[in-house]
Design a protein around this ligand. Sequence first.
Ligand code: 6GU
Length: 233
Amino acid sequence: MRIDIVTIFPEFFSVLDVSLLGKARTSGLIDLGVHDLRDFTHDRHRTVDDTPYGGGAGMVMKPEPWGEALDSIIDPAEHAPTVIFPSPAGRVFTQAMARELAEHPHLVFGCGRYEGIDQRVVDYAATKAEVRLVSLGDYVLNGGEVATMAMIEAIGRLIPGVVGNPESLVEESHEGGLLEYPSYTKPAVWREREVPPVLLSGNHAAIARWRHEQQIERTRSVRPELLPPPALD
Ligand code: 6GU
């Protein structure tokens, strides 16, 4: 998968050199390009923002550097990439969305700062690519960089070969519609706390049943909206 990121803070993404995603890049599973939006400005101050038409607080990102950045990344000869603008005004990012995006060959993340990007950039991008506004949830970040990092981690680990043992992907929270069960390792007693005895029983059916009960109980207590509605009988 090819991933391009446009940002005024390219150094934010140096952490993508390490861990699982770093390995995926070294092995060629992920080809990452980080682009400094200011490299597409032509004034002495490398200006990327200006005051909003119509007034209001804050600054808006100017369209011209964005247009040049997108033109440099999107090759008209390739199949249209998917351009994601992280925004609290977007659709909420989910595991289902991560799974779907993991199948796309080329993702472009446009990280806005300030009060957002001139809307014409989004409209222009939609003529060259499939464009989505995507939010991490109902809270406000200062810009799209941290949201982009979270999405790339969620998407990247679903690319075949990135996670060593693909079975570790299937039992996780959200993959089965329920939260994950609690996990334990050695020692069997730690600071007077025992591991639930069923996990030491060797009874695989009983362990599977206990884990499923734990998943339902956790989901009911923390995220009841994830449970299927009770049957009306
Ligand atoms: Cl994607 N961007 C920003 N700036 N704030 C957010 C967000 C995204 N998701 C939640 N809050």
